[in-house]
Design a protein around this ligand. Structure first.
Ligand SMILES: [Zn+2]
Length: 468
């Protein structure tokens, strides 16, 4: 099967044909850094991280651009509320987002442009739009003339005559049409501003993304991504202004479904408990990533602690097989083919078909079942073969327990040291058993458990693992 994606603009699943063969440019609307992220904000990051990994695995040289919106009304409002500069709010929350993406194993983007660093590019874009008769300066602002744009509303499936006024500026502005949206907002007292030929002010949200996407990916690029809540007005407006300026802009529009927190928003304290920083103090990040990534990216999911716990158990089942099989594979006399191999064809077909992670995970779980049967039967070669497949598949989903960043989670560099000490204790336990001093043998096992080391007796002798 060839790689294909559901494209919001055409409402159809289309084969992926890049602008340049062998290359793929992806622009993802990133964070507006007004507050630290909760898990709903990071779902998009995980979904598109799987896309980037799968494109790269398919041989595409991917350029992944994810922006940061570091100026907007909510950032200014948070800054004034806290009585700190706007840029301090933006910096602090951008760091929180970076921490969250990193904690959940999202690969860093190739470029992470900030809106306020791209004002010259925005001025150029506004000039092109004004010269072509698609934008006008009025009352200190610059507006996009939506009636001048062919097909305005097509991305979100709306007709212009049914659209409500754009809610991006105060009422009583100098707009020619209430549906016109602000490209640039004139300076207000006490607010940060940048000079332009039309007066000082600050960027409108939509203009930023058009300017940054085309700067880093070219006037026509492959994929534009974001959450489903961004289709209108944000992406509609990005598309309208870029096309009006003469750019081809994105050829595929991919939108992830939202993670609903309806039940949790009832209480502010519960809402705070879903901040990524807070959650990873009691949920292992790999399990949280599994939870966020397991559903189809276009599906809506409603957060529940039970579903998160089930996802954690599913991940631990996979992890348990990988860790045990890796021990066998690394044992003397085995082929050392314990690294990731090739993914099964059914797994590849699932991800090629609009990134169908649920189908892909079903293939992973089948391979784990087969691998566990091989382990139970003492079939080291069979277990090793399944291990290679499972690790290859998990790598595409960013979930291989033996690869970065998760490998370090289980003890990291200290694992060999812990292993040597555990081995010493297990030798003493064995000696106690041989002299039939079972109380001493059990005491050693209990002391290890108290230290966080779980001992299990297997037909191949005792094995240990860190208690999770
Ligand atoms: Zn955007």
């Amino acid at each position: 099967m060839t790689l294909r994606f559901y494209d919001t603009a055409t409402r159809s699943t289309r084969d992926f044909t890049p602008v340049t063969p062998g290359k793929a440019g992806l622009y993802l609307c990133g964070a507006t850094v007004q507050a630290p992220p909760h898990i709903g904000h990071i779902r998009s990051g995980v979904s598109f991280d799987i896309l980037v990994r799968w494109l790269r695995a398919g041989g595409y040289a991917v350029t992944f651009c994810r922006n940061v919106t570091d100026i907007d009304d909510k950032i200014l409002s948070a800054a004034s509320h806290e009585d700190v500069p706007w840029w301090a709010v933006a910096e602090r929350n951008q760091r929180a987002f970076t921490r969250a993406y990193t904690a959940l194993g999202c690969l860093p983007p190739d470029v992470e442009p900030r809106a306020t660093g791209h004002v010259p590019e925005m001025i150029v874009l506004m000039r092109r739009l004004i010269e072509r008769g698609h934008a006008y300066a009025a009352g200190g602002d610059v507006y996009f003339d939506v009636r001048s744009a062919d097909g305005y509303g097509a991305l979100s499936g709306q007709r212009l005559e049914h659209m409500r006024p754009a809610e991006d500026t105060d009422s009583g502005t100098a707009k020619r049409d209430p549906r016109d949206f602000a490209l640039w907002k004139g300076a207000k007292p006490g607010e940060p501003s940048w000079d332009t030929p039309w007066g000082p002010g600050r960027p409108g949200w939509h203009l930023e993304c058009s300017a940054m996407a085309t700067k880093y990916l070219g006037s026509t690029f492959d994929i534009h991504g974001g959450g489903l809540d961004l289709v209108f007005p944000h992406h509609e407006n990005e598309l309208a202004q870029s096309r009006a300026a003469g750019d081809g802009f994105a050829r595929y529009w991919m939108h992830n479904g939202l993670l609903g927190l309806a039940g949790e928003k009832m209480s502010k304290s519960l809402g705070n408990s879903l901040l990524v920083d807070a959650m990873i103090t009691h949920v292992r990040p790999a399990e949280l990533r599994y939870y966020l990534g397991q559903a189809h990216y276009r599906s809506e999911i409603e957060y529940s602690a039970e579903a998160l716990a089930e996802a954690g158990a599913a991940y631990r089942r996979i992890e348990g097989f990988v860790v045990r099989a890796a021990e066998i594979a690394a044992a003397p006399g085995q082929d050392a083919a314990a690294g990731p191999g090739a993914v099964p064809a059914r797994f590849a077909a699932a991800l090629d078909d609009d990134l169908s992670v649920p189908q892909a995970l079903a293939v992973v779980h089948e391979a784990v079942t087969d691998g566990n049967s091989a382990l139970a039967a003492g079939d080291g070669a069979g277990a090793t073969k399944h291990l290679a497949e499972v690790r290859a598949m998990l790598g595409m989903l960013g979930l291989d327990p033996l690869a970065a960043p998760w490998a370090a989670e289980g003890g990291g560099d200290l694992r060999p040291v812990v292993g040597a000490l555990a081995h010493l204790a297990l030798e003493q336990r064995q000696a106690a058993r041989e002299r039939k001093d079972y109380a001493a043998a059990d005491a050693i096992r209990d002391r290890l458990l108290a230290a966080g080391i779980l001992v299990e007796d297997t037909p191949r002798g005792p094995r240990w693992e860190l208690r999770r």
